[in-house]
Design a protein around this ligand. Structure first.
Ligand code: EPU
Length: 372
């Protein structure tokens, strides 16, 4: 069914809680509905949103906002046939090489409109491994495949097998194998300027597994899981890891239902090794010779430095500016502190943070959040 509304209030459809309206809002709940939507006739621009958890509306939206409510979760195949798995729509084949990625994959097809954490919850209850580290990330499945969401050492691309879409230009259904999606850090082909907005994700096939494959190498995750395991005298299961991840996220990140935000506002910057050495020696001069700057060495010799650390070093942690504030437990997050913040207040804070990080570290921060 397709539902169309005009001058729709979007306050509850963006996790930042910006009080904006869309001139036209179209919601559909089946793959077949997409064929009936006359994309050429929609008020432009057209924006497809998921949970609205990674965007900042800077004003009322003058075009059409589309939203999917396609919400099935279906196990496709447990035969573990490594080469060929017939997909449920019987039209396309999913080539998959488990030797490279997941052992004995269980392929699961999930509608774009499913809340991503509902999928994680379902997978944990089914005893399926693969998405437990991605628990409690706000947003929906379609957007997860566009944004390549990630947390605690896992990115969604690690478990994506194929992304199914409707091509609004050629008006046909197409699919992309994981290699065709050109995944990078919070990036994919679907975000590239050439095709942005062209493909509407209908569903995603994930490769999960019943064989334990815990990914605990991020920070102190392994210790936290071990502690939870002995406290509960429990086995290592996706459910246990999910519980630990949810606890960690709740400790650090604002609760989406209580405080508006879009999660991490900035991407973690990647800099040249020499640049990192300069930052480190300045930090040692400031904090003492034993001081260690948090960082991750990347295989190509560059270094990823947590933007959270830089923002904290610039003194922004917990600071407020009108209705906007920097979250006191994780300064990578800007929040709508009063619930009444204007987009200009969020953007003003963003600009001042970028300027001070640039001045102190010579590093340009880039927002992760899409400005609409
Ligand atoms: N840090 C500080 N001060 C703080 C908080 C963190 O200096 O107040 C430093 C610490 O050194 C810490 C490091 O930053 O070890 C990394 O912090 P954290 O583990 O919280 O991760 P992050 O790099 O800040 C990324 C993702 C998050 C994801 C976490 C956990 C990005 C932009 N963000 O944050 O994703 O939950 O890792 O994996 O990559 C999101 O995308 O919305 C999101 C929340």
């Amino acid at each position: 069914m397709i539902k169309t509304e005009y001058y729709k209030d979007l306050t509850k459809m963006n996790t930042f809680g910006m009080k904006v309206k869309a001139r036209c809002f179209v919601e559909y709940d089946s793959v077949a509905d997409l064929v009936d939507i006359e994309f050429g006739d929609l008020a432009r621009p057209v924006l497809h949103i998921g949970g609205g958890s990674n965007l900042l509306f800077t004003d009322d939206f003058k075009g059409t906002v589309l939203h999917s409510k396609i919400d099935f979760i279906e196990i496709l195949d447990e035969s573990h046939d490594p080469q060929l798995v017939q997909h449920s729509d019987r039209t396309s084949l999913c080539h998959f090489d488990p030797a490279k990625r997941v052992e004995k994959p269980v392929l699961v097809s999930v509608g774009a409109g499913v809340v991503f954490d509902d999928f994680c919850d379902w997978a944990a209850k089914e005893g399926l491994w693969g998405v437990e580290n991605l628990s409690y990330i706000p947003g929906e499945v379609g957007a997860s495949a566009v944004q390549n969401i990630g947390a605690y050492g896992v990115e969604v691309k690690d478990v994506i097998c194929r992304v199914y879409c409707y091509d609004t230009v050629e008006e046909e259904f197409v699919s992309f194998g994981v290699e065709d999606c050109r995944y990078g850090y919070r990036d994919s082909i679907f975000k590239s300027p050439e095709v942005k907005g062209r493909y509407v994700v209908t569903h995603v096939v994930f490769a999960l597994s019943r064989i334990p494959q815990p990914r605990l190498d991020y920070g102190h995750l392994a210790d936290a899981v071990k502690e939870a395991q002995s406290a509960r005298a429990s086995e290592l299961t996706p459910s246990l890891i999910r519980k630990v991840i949810i606890r960690i996220r709740k400790e650090k990140l604002p609760e989406p239902s209580v405080m508006g935000s879009a999660g991490s506002f900035f991407k973690n910057p990647v800099i040249a090794h020499e640049h990192f050495e300069r930052i480190e020696s300045a930090a040692k001069a400031e904090h003492g010779a034993d001081y260690k700057v948090p960082h991750y060495d990347l295989p190509d010799g560059t270094v990823k430095v947590p933007a959270a650390w830089m923002i904290e070093q610039c003194g922004w942690k917990g600071r407020r500016s009108g209705g906007a504030a920097v979250w006191d437990k994780q300064p990578l997050v800007i929040v709508n502190h009063t619930g009444e913040a204007f987009p200009e207040e969020i953007i003003g804070l963003e600009k001042r943070i970028i300027a001070s990080v640039k001045q102190k570290f010579g590093v340009e921060l880039h927002p992760e959040v899409d400005h609409i």
